[in-house]
Design a protein around this ligand. Structure first.
Ligand SMILES: Nc1nc2c(ncn2[C@@H]2O[C@H](COP(=O)(O)OP(=O)(O)OP(=O)(O)O)[C@@H](O)[C@H]2O)c(=O)[nH]1
Length: 370
């Protein structure tokens, strides 16, 4: 049986920066063929056009499918599943599928849909990425414009949950495998750290929380998480939701404020986009042979934990083994397997370490050598 195609679910409120993040990903896809499924809303949705105009040859118009019949999680069976089936029937299957949910979608029903017969054998959820508007959340709102989120809600006839924003936010956090604190260019370093720590404490253990500006994440960090999220739905419990008759009055009072400031961000006064490239760093550690594969994997897991490493991958030479040990780590999970003989290549261990800027390279290096 062919390997399952990995699918990444990108969720987060209206304006959090999902489209910006996906656009950055497409422009840095390194030849990966990515198909997009976008959940759009009437006039508010221009994401498809933005992404089609990204001009990247790894993503042609044919690779973008739009679901415009309303909230993806409320129309899973009618809309999402058939679209997915169509995509999977194609002759040249994509390397990766990325699904952008609308801001109001509950991610859980969508992820659960990957357990459906006909889908479950062909695709797996690589990871759920929740994009958070760092500025708005720091200021105690959830979205840049709560009024715009409410407008989106009203436009959607198919939306059958009137979940308060705070609960939607909790759901999006509870379902995340990676949380992106976006718009960190609008935060002070202290604010960004405080929010990151808070979200880490609220998320399930092992969930990566990363800061980003303009969704600029290395594609290696974003894709290839290999979680299989559909397999552990119990861990991603939804908070208790009230349906239909709920008046979610608590949100009403913010409307005026939001209106006044609705376009602040578009002025660009406080943006420091030239810092984007400093946000992540990677370096290579080269070692000689290692003694024992299992012990080394455990050691790597400890180093990852101690130094907040996002990704670590490469291969190792194991004493007495002719094969190369491939090592892939996402957060605290380390996968290893022997992939090919070294042949004439030097029997070295080479590991690429990826993390947010500020990694303590010499300490990491020393810990991996220990
Ligand atoms: N300052 C700043 N602005 C950002 C950042 N990321 C996105 N934006 C801006 O925020 C606005 C919304 O970004 P989008 O990527 O469209 O957000 P979205 O989550 O896709 O929103 P919808 O598709 O409408 O749900 C745009 O004007 C972006 O340029 C960021 O990191 N910093």
């Amino acid at each position: 049986m062919a390997a399952k195609i990995p699918a990444t679910v990108v969720t987060g409120f209206l304006g959090a920066g999902k489209t910006t993040l996906i656009r950055h990903m497409l422009q840095n896809a390194q030849g990966k063929r990515i198909a997009l499924i976008i959940n759009e809303f009437g006039d508010l949705g221009v994401d498809g056009d933005i992404l089609k105009g990204c001009g990247d040859e790894t993503c042609t118009e044919d690779d973008i499918m739009e679901l415009s019949n309303g909230c993806i999680c409320c129309t899973v069976a009618d809309d999402f599943i058939p679209t997915m089936e169509k995509l999977l029937e194609r002759e040249n299957a994509p390397d990766h599928i990325v699904i952008e949910t609308s801001g109001l979608a509950l991610p859980q029903p969508l992820v659960r849909a990957f357990n459906w017969p006909g889908i479950s054998t062909k695709v797996t959820v690589d990871g759920v990425v929740t994009v958070v508007d760092g500025k708005a959340v720091t200021e105690g709102r959830f979205a840049h414009s709560v009024a715009a989120v409410d407008a989106q809600r009203k436009l959607d006839d198919n939306l059958d949950h009137e979940t308060p924003l705070s609960e939607l936010f909790e759901d999006q956090i509870a379902c995340a495998d990676m949380i992106v604190v976006n718009k960190s260019d609008l935060l002070t370093a202290d604010e960004a750290t405080a929010l990151t720590d808070k979200l880490k404490s609220e998320a399930r253990s092992g969930v990566q929380v990363v800061k980003a500006s303009m969704g600029a994440l290395p594609v290696d960090v974003l894709l290839g998480q290999g979680v299989g999220s559909e397999g552990d739905m119990e861990a991603r419990a939804e908070v208790h939701h009230h349906h239909h008759d709920d008046h979610h009055a608590e949100e009403g009072e913010h409307h005026h404020d939001d209106h006044d400031h609705a376009h602040d961000d578009d002025q660009g006064h406080h943006h420091h986009h030239d810092h984007d490239h400093d946000a992540f760093e990677s370096f290579v550690v080269t070692l000689g042979e290692i003694g024992d594969a299992k012990a080394f994997a455990a050691q790597v897991a400890d180093v990852i934990q101690a130094h907040d490493i996002l990704r670590l991958k490469g291969f190792a030479a194991v004493e007495g083994k002719p094969m190369r040990l491939t090592l892939q780590a996402v957060g605290p999970r380390v996968d290893t397997y022997f992939d090919q003989p070294f042949g004439t290549a030097p029997r070295q261990t080479r590991l690429v370490v990826i993390g947010q800027a500020g990694l303590d390279r010499s300490a990491i290096d020393a810990a991996l050598r220990a």
